[in-house]
Design a binder for this molecule. Structure first.
Ligand SMILES: O=C(O)CCC(=O)C(=O)O
Ligand SMILES: [Fe+2]
Length: 357
């Protein structure tokens, strides 16, 4: 296993007052540009009460979900069936690992920095050498299919770490499947349609740790991107820092205790033939408090071919996206970088169609 050289937590803890140049974003990508703050302050992403999937509320919930998917691609859900204590435990084990384990202990789990999304502890997201670095350290867990899951590769401190991650992984996957089926039904598709295109769900859980940054105005905790797979479910502590791009303005996702943030990812945009778009988002850093989030990604297997659902394409509504082998999409994303949504734009059959529909 490669040795983890140094993440941003070490930098932050050594008390640097200026961030090293590799972390400085080009001016147009820095947070808090005038255009990104003013009018977006009062705007929030939708918060949808799922009423624990009680059928009595299903029509209203579906309607709200449909609106949130088409208007935003990102929203928060409450009463989703995952207990508050499990959410709290998941955040707590992550915080304990990052804040209480020594760098030597953490480095035992270092991921392979030359291979995209490899399991373990790391800091660099892209393989590309010249990319600006994020002010973030992370721990990535491979959790589904079960053949990829090996808790021995995860921290054993705190002692409940592995058990909590396993339980969280199982429950959040069930929730993701329910959301996928509701999304399918909302589009008039069979409830199993999206799950069917994806095939066996690949799930990764990434704990992101954003230490305080001495110059948050020059850096990003995580650069602007849309997620690669199908659907991401994210929990965060109360610090805040996640932002979603809406009508060219960055909107802060206010932390809501016990809520889960749902982020539609690129393969959902393809499968829904652009009816639901993936959300561009980023994380900003701050100078006073470390922040922790846990993103759970639900993706197709690498060999799956992803294309718009056949039922959404006919002579009047053409396919907007080319079919793609998911593994090729992933390699491009990691080698070229996200840069907004350029990877999915590359699959557009005719960008002009987007403006016509
Ligand atoms: O930390 C966050 O709020 C965002 C994380 C994220 O977008 C990701 O890991 O893809
Ligand atoms: Fe993301």
């Amino acid at each position: 296993m490669e040795v983890f050289v140094s993440g941003v937590q070490t930098l932050s803890e050594t008390g640097v007052t200026h961030v090293p140049s590799q972390y400085i974003q080009p001016p147009q990508d820095r947070p808090h540009q005038p255009i990104t703050t003013s009018s977006s302050d009062s705007l929030n992403i939708p918060i949808i009460d799922l009423f624990n999937f009680n059928p009595q509320h299903s029509n209203d919930v579906r309607a709200e979900l449909g609106r949130a998917c088409s208007d935003w691609g990102a929203f928060q859900i409450t009463n989703h069936g995952i207990s508050n204590s499990l959410i709290k435990d998941m955040i707590d084990v992550g915080l304990t690992f990052f804040s209480e384990c020594s760098i030597t202990e953490k480095s035992k789990y270092s991921c392979d920095p030359n291979s995209a999304a490899s399991e373990g502890y790391g800091s660099r997201m892209l393989v590309k050498e010249d990319s600006v670095l994020d002010w973030r350290d992370y721990f990535d867990h491979h959790t589904f299919p079960l053949s990829r899951r090996n808790p021995n590769r995860w921290p054993d401190f705190p002692t409940n770490y592995r058990g909590v991650v396993e339980e969280y992984s199982n429950q959040i996957k069930e929730l993701a499947l329910k959301l996928m089926s509701m999304i399918s039904e909302n589009l008039g598709l069979q409830s199993s349609c999206i799950e069917h295109i994806i095939g066996e769900v690949y799930q990764n859980i990434t704990i992101s740790y954003y230490p305080p940054c001495p110059q948050p105005e020059l850096t990003l905790g995580l650069q602007s991107h849309s997620d690669i797979g199908a659907i991401t479910l994210l929990i965060q502590d109360d610090v805040g820092g996640l932002e979603v791009l809406k009508d060219e303005k960055w909107v802060t996702v206010q932390p809501v205790s016990d809520a889960i943030v749902v982020i539609l990812a690129d393969q959902t945009e393809i499968m829904t033939n652009g009816k639901y778009r993936s959300a561009v988002h980023r994380a900003v850093s701050n100078s006073h408090r470390a922040r922790l989030s846990v993103g759970t990604f639900h993706d197709p297997g690498k060999i799956r071919r992803i294309a718009p659902a056949a039922q959404l394409v006919d002579k009047d509504t053409l396919a907007r996206y080319k079919e793609v082998v998911y593994g090729e999409y992933v390699s491009n994303w990691y080698s070229k970088g996200p840069e907004g949504k350029r990877n999915i734009d590359f699959l557009l059959i005719d960008p002009l169609l987007l403006n016509q529909q």
